[in-house]
Every structure is written in C-alpha cells, then in structure tokens.
Design a protein around this ligand. Structure first.
Ligand code: SAH
Length: 250
C-alpha cells in the first residue's frame, strides 16, 4: 500500500476524521435560524465517514448530499446511513471539493468540518459561494490560533502544515470579502480533540500496525499521528478549531 492507501485504511473505520463532536455540530446548527425544522438542502463537504452528516440527518429534516474525494470513506458512511435507516435523507457523492457539480443557488446550507483546508479557507469559501441560495448559510470549521502570540515551535509546525492558519478576525475578513456576513463563531472544546478524535485514533494504532505487518510505512504514519497528538497536548492553549457561521448576502 502506498502512503495515501495506508492513510485511508487507517481512517476508514473511524467515526470522526478530525476534531469535533455531536454537541459541536449541534451548537453550530443552532446558530442557523430554525435549522432543525425546515426542509433544507445541505451539502456536507469533505464528509469523511460522516460524523457531522449523521448528526445533521438525525436532528433536522434536511436532504443532505455528503461529498468526499475517497470512496472508502463514503462506503463507511453508507453503511452507517443504512444502519440508521436514513437512506432517504442522505446521498453520497464522490467528488473533489474544488470541482462540485451543484447548480448555482441550489443549497440552503454548506457544511464542512475539518476539511476546507484541503483547498484552503479562502479558495473554499469563494468557490462554494455560487452554490448557496441568497441568504443561505455556510458552516465551516477550520484550524485557528486562539491567542495573539505563540511559541516558535508550534507556529513553525502549523505554518508548514497549513500556511493559511490564522486567528479568527482575518478569517471573518475573508468571509466578508467573499460576500458573506459572519453570524457566529465559537472555538471547539478540548474534549473534541482529545476524547472524541485523538483517543480513538490512539486506541487503533496497535491493530493498524498488526494489520500491516509492522511495515515501515505504517510505523511512519503512526509516528506522525503521535507527533501531532504530542504537539496538541503541549500547545492546546494556542490553537483549536474555530467554527465559522456566515450568511450569504442578498
Ligand atoms: N468532516 C469529516 C472529515 C474531516 S477529515 C469529519 O469531521 O470527520 C477531511 C476530509 O476531507 C477527509 O474525509 C478527506 O477524504 C476529505 N478530502 C480531502 N481532500 C478532498 C477533496 N479534494 N475533495 C473532497 N474531500 C476531500
């Protein structure tokens, strides 16, 4: 298996592929007026195995298109959808987030948790704008500095991983320039990182390594994950995910 195949194999059976939780998805959902009761058209972009998709499906009456680049994640999501009997509410779509087939002004809500970094926050919010109805909502979580200053070591790590990492105010500015009005923001709690995301990953390392016969590439992947977790443990007061809610003008 190459590096990408290993990464997909590592994540495909996890419920959550980035920091988050049901409570966080609902906190963001409830910033959108009456979102639980309207029959909304929602796209969940970079849905992974569908953590947020399933929460949105369970707590709203929406029709949801769950988009991801990798079919293995969508297969897991389809199984979960079938298990919960939500097939009539959730459709999966294997597509890249920078090449979406939605009709202009066809969506009420664009949702994306921990995924927009794949095309970059600025490019993402600009590209997705046309698919939203006027007055439609964008709900996006994105890694964010939560203090004005930070130690060089953590700054260097995240600058290298994701050069668009920033504090929240410049992200609001990007949203405003792209034609949105920011309507809400909150920072994901530490439990969304450690308990909901990193703990299940840590618990799966041994199995994953055994499954791949302790292959060097598999060990490298685990080391990289462990490194990221160590960094979070040490520097969690400096960064988190921010959840950005914005309304398309007009
Ligand atoms: N929203 C999910 C997954 C977050 S991880 C969760 O919170 O659990 C980021 C996701 O983006 C992964 O599922 C990955 O497969 C997907 N992804 C990466 N590049 C992508 C692209 N170009 N287009 C669509 N999805 C992409």
């Amino acid at each position: 298996m190459n590096e990408l195949e290993l990464l997909i194999d590592f994540y495909r059976n996890h419920d959550l592929l980035g920091p988050g939780s049901e409570a966080t998805t609902l906190q963001a959902l409830d910033l959108i007026p009456d979102a639980r009761n309207r029959s909304l058209q929602i796209a969940d972009i970079g849905c992974g195995t569908g953590a947020s998709t399933l929460t949105l499906a369970r707590y709203t009456r929406a029709q949801i298109t769950a988009v991801d680049l990798f079919p293995a994640f969508l297969e897991t999501l389809q199984r979960r959808v079938a298990h919960l009997g939500l097939q009539d509410r959730v459709t999966t779509l294997e597509k890249s987030m920078d090449d979406l087939p939605f009709a202009p002004e066809s969506l009420d809500v664009i949702w994306s948790e921990g995924a927009i970094y794949n095309m970059g926050f600025q490019a993402g919010v600009s590209a997705w704008y046309e698919f939203l109805k006027p007055g439609g909502y964008l709900a996006v979580s994105e890694i964010t500095w939560i203090t004005q200053d930070r130690p060089a070591s953590v700054a260097e790590f995240w600058q290298a991983e994701y050069p668009q990492i920033d504090t929240a105010a410049p992200k609001f500015s990007i949203l405003e320039q792209a034609g949105y009005t920011p309507i809400g923001y909150f920072v994901l709690p530490k439990g969304d990182w450690m308990n909901h995301y990193y703990a299940p990953l840590e618990a799966s390392f041994t199995d994953f390594l055994e499954r791949h016969g302790q292959a060097a590439e598999a060990q490298a992947l685990v080391r990289e994950q462990q490194n990221e977790i160590r960094l979070y443990r040490e520097y969690q007061d400096y960064y988190s995910y921010g959840f950005y809610l914005a309304r398309k003008n007009g």
